[in-house]
Design a protein around this ligand. Structure first.
Ligand SMILES: [Ca+2]
Ligand SMILES: [Ca+2]
Ligand SMILES: [Ca+2]
Ligand SMILES: [Ca+2]
Length: 348
């Protein structure tokens, strides 16, 4: 029964791969099968395009769905599992010592809470109430969506009042293809009324940031820069990367849900295809990911890469086998990207 199901899934995946360049196709929003693409993109950012979302200029209790920055409008969503259809993202003025939430005051009595944060962002406990009050519920989350102006590099955030049983809070970053970027970042305990500055590395090309608060708490000061892919960062073929392993910009890569070190990846590149679609796909996917890690703009193949990672799933490249017809359209598109026929162009 399980085998039949697997075969059906592979056939379905194979069928929609034919259109992997078609950006009209829906992105799979089922996050259960998202795989991490470590090997941080080394795209550059321009310092003057960097800014911080402070949530200032809005009244205590304002329900918000967007915040305007000089780079563009950022979508804001607050998810409260008790009121799943209501956007519960709410401004809380932390200058106030409220009856409901004295532990959200800044400066305050908690560890590291020495600076005025003014407005902070909470998930409202009861969206029908006009009194701002953070929800003490598991799986409340705050999402920031940067997709209207492309990818951003998220470098820091303030976290407020995450303590005790609330530990388990985390941050996830997603790219334009809704693929998770890097690993889930576990958030530390701040202590009661505590404030911590959380810094992120490798969160580049982010279109959506999801902060899951495992209870009451707040966030502020989201530091980001607009990701600028260097237009001169052209693409190289898989043959180039195979023969220039000393200049690889990563220490390893995810192919599907498995992580491979550079030694593993070199072994894969030196394995002949021999009628195995998984190997031919891995050859082009490795080259594409190395090109992107090297700063090449991934826009032309983000959907294809996402499809390729989904198709590979938990398969072991060096042990498993897939029919070449299942992977051929993906291989073709990734090869076009690596050879410069689509995307930023081949390196001169
Ligand atoms: Ca603030
Ligand atoms: Ca509360
Ligand atoms: Ca508290
Ligand atoms: Ca709390």
């Amino acid at each position: 029964m399980k085998k039949i199901f697997k075969a059906v899934v592979i056939t379905m995946v194979g069928a929609f791969l034919w259109n992997c360049q078609n950006t009209n196709l829906d992105v799979n929003t089922d996050q259960s099968d998202l795989t991490a693409t470590k090997g941080a993109r080394t795209a550059t950012t321009t310092p003057n395009a960097c800014e911080t979302i402070t949530f200032e200029g809005l009244a205590h209790g304002t329900r918000i769905s967007t915040v305007t920055t000089t780079s563009g409008v950022v979508g804001v969503l607050g998810y409260n599992p008790k009121f799943p259809t209501v956007n519960a993202a709410t401004i809380f003025d932390s200058n106030k010592k409220t009856v409901e939430d004295p532990d959200l005051q800044t400066p305050g009595y908690g560890p590291g809470n020495t600076t005025k944060l003014n407005n902070i962002l909470i998930v409202q406990e009861n969206p029908n109430s006009s009194t701002p009050d953070d929800a003490a519920l598991a799986n409340t989350r705050l999402e920031l969506n940067f997709s209207t102006f492309g990818g951003v590099n998220i470098y820091s955030m303030n976290l407020i009042d995450v303590e005790g049983g609330e530990v388990g809070a985390n941050v996830k970053f997603y790219d334009a293809a809704n693929m998770q970027i890097g690993a889930t970042v576990a958030l530390p305990s701040t202590g009661d009324n505590g404030v911590k500055l959380i810094t992120f590395t490798g969160a580049i090309g982010v279109t959506k940031m999801v902060v899951t608060l495992n209870g009451s708490g707040a966030i502020d000061n989201i530091g980001f820069c607009v990701t600028k892919y260097n237009p001169k960062q052209c693409t190289y073929t898989q043959g180039y990367w195979k023969n220039h392993t000393s200049v690889w910009p990563v220490k390893g890569l995810y192919l599907g849900s498995n992580y491979y070190t550079n030694a593993d990846l070199i072994k894969i590149l030196n394995t002949s295809v021999a009628g195995n679609g998984l190997i031919s796909l891995a050859h082009q996917l490795i080259a594409a990911k190395l090109n992107i890690a090297n700063g090449a703009n991934p826009t032309a193949i983000t959907k294809c890469m996402s499809d390729a990672d989904k198709l590979i799933g938990s398969k072991n490249i060096l042990k498993d086998k897939v029919s070449p017809s299942t992977t051929s359209s993906l291989v073709e598109t990734l090869t076009k990207y690596n050879e410069g026929k689509i995307g930023p162009g081949h390196c001169k």
